[in-house]
Design a protein around this ligand. Structure first.
Ligand code: TYD
Ligand code: MG
Length: 453
């Protein structure tokens, strides 16, 4: 039987029937590679069909309900996992090379082992001696974690069958190769096959498996998105290389809330938990300056205060620049358009730079008003009243819309010594926040009230 070729994108895993230079699904260039099929399965006559069993939800007796979660004691990690490690679960931890994934997982492995889980750390990138050296440097030299240096899937599974661990860390999935898959290690088919075998091992044996995945730019090496759909939980470890802050964010979690974050600081002795991220993100802030506005945001279940910084300057170019770090470029264009169309404040001929301080990425629409405030403050060269936080969504009409969790945002601001807040009218501040609230109905009122323009 003639077999038609199939191609897939090594960045997002999208499958197509023909090769192209650019992936239609995610827009990345040079990421489409030909799939090599898994080697032929068993001949049809040897397919032993076994009748499965079904049960109703109420059939699950107490002994069949899974054992409870295990906490590592690293609060920031346990919260992102949804309250601890669930047995028989598969977790993907993605992130740029060098961001600190191995460090985080070695620390987590040591803590989980200390909490009673039989833990195996399989490294395909470093020799066991190197992993041990790192562990010693992190002060975890005597943690009861078993180390293995292996890249062959067959060897890894054999080791795991023998060890019967409760928790396995595979660092990284791109180094694991299956000898029955006829393509290079790191390719889409290899990564898929390895992830599939390891997640089935997790389900079959009741072990938790953590797969590390490097975010890659090269087309020949598959990225972590290729296995996102196979695992229960997807976490990304992010941060700016130059900053010491690292954020562990859950983008998918079958056992807990998505979009939860854990904040860490990279220190000489490994990753340290940051219990109060707002304090850290605002730590570099001096006196109120034009273009600087504090946004009271919510990340996951937690309020986080961050500083939005804007710079607006006449452009020497025919096409003014719009550069954004930590926020969405399209959303910035929208705010600029609303300011121009609804409030008559043009940004043509001006370069606009927006930066979220501290290296955190903000995706909430609630940041709209803080961004608009930072842009206006930079443009007018006048700073907002001191100790003020700002939040609210801006609609295309220029109206300000209330956002969720107003009370939590205000409480966090008060805790950090802020005295006033600029918020959309109609929100439910609920209770007494102790802050002086300026409630505004639309952006024009904001421009008039705050900047007297
Ligand atoms: P690593 O965990 O190896 O990253 P990944 O596995 O994501 O590729 O961490 C790499 C960086 O972290 C490296 O540049 C050095 C830094 N680092 C520290 O600053 N302190 C430490 O204690 C450790 C172990 C690493
Ligand atoms: Mg590593």
């Amino acid at each position: 039987m003639a077999k038609s070729a199939s191609f897939s994108c090594s960045a997002c895993g999208a499958v197509s029937s023909k090769w192209s230079g650019r992936c239609d699904a995610c827009g990345e260039w040079n990421t489409i590679v030909e799939d090599t099929p898994l080697s032929a399965g068993p001949a049809s006559k040897s397919l032993g069909a076994k009748r499965g069993t079904t049960l109703t939800l109420t059939d699950l007796s107490a002994e069949e309900t899974p054992p409870p979660r295990t906490q590592s004691g690293i609060t920031e990690l346990d919260r992102v996992l949804g309250g601890g490690m669930v047995p028989a679960s598969a977790i993907l931890v993605g992130g740029d090379p060098g961001i600190g994934k191995s460090t985080l997982l070695l620390q987590a492995a040591a803590r989980f082992a200390g909490a009673g889980l039989k833990t195996v750390y399989v490294s395909g990138e470093e020799a066991s001696a190197q992993v041990r050296m790192r562990a010693q440097r992190l002060g975890l030299g005597d943690a009861p974690v078993k180390l293995a240096a292996a890249t062959s899937l067959r060897d890894i599974l054999t080791t795991l069958e023998a060890e019967k661990p409760d928790l396995v860390v595979i660092d990284s999935i791109q180094t694991v190769w299956a000898d029955n898959v006829d393509s290079a290690p790191g390719s889409v088919s290899q990564v898929r096959a390895a992830a599939h075998e390891l997640t089935s091992f997790a389900k079959r044996k009741g072990a938790s498996v953590i797969l590390v995945g490097h975010v890659t730019k090269e087309g020949q090496i598959a990225g972590p998105r290729v296995v996102e759909h196979m695992v229960d939980t997807v976490l990304y470890f992010e941060g700016e290389r130059g900053h010491q802050f690292r954020i562990l964010r859950s983008v998918k979690n079958r056992f807990g809330p998505a979009d939860e974050i854990g904040v860490f600081e990279m220190t000489g002795g490994g990753l340290a938990e940051v219990a109060n991220p707002s304090e850290l993100f605002l730590s570099g802030r001096g006196d109120p300056a034009p273009g600087s506005v504090v946004f009271a945001g919510i990340e996951g279940t937690r309020p986080v205060l961050v500083e939005m910084q804007a710079l607006v300057a006449p452009t020497p170019h025919s096409q003014p620049r719009r550069a954004v770090v930590g926020w969405d470029g399209a959303r910035l264009a929208m705010i600029l358009a609303v300011l121009e169309a609804r409030c008559g404040i043009p940004f043509a001929g001006l370069d606009v730079y927006l930066n979220v301080a501290g290296g955190i990425k903000i995706s909430e629409p609630a940041a709209d008003l803080a961004v608009a405030a930072a842009l206006l403050s930079a443009r007018e060269d006048s700073s907002l009243p001191a100790e003020t936080v700002v939040f609210g969504e801006i609609s295309l009409s220029g109206a300000l819309r209330p956002v969720g969790q107003t009370e939590n945002r205000l409480k966090e601001a008060q805790k950090l010594g802020f005295t006033s807040a600029i918020v959309p009218a109609g929100g439910k501040p609920g209770g007494k926040s102790g802050l002086t609230l300026t409630q505004l109905g639309d952006l024009t009122a904001f421009v008039g009230d705050i900047f007297g323009a």
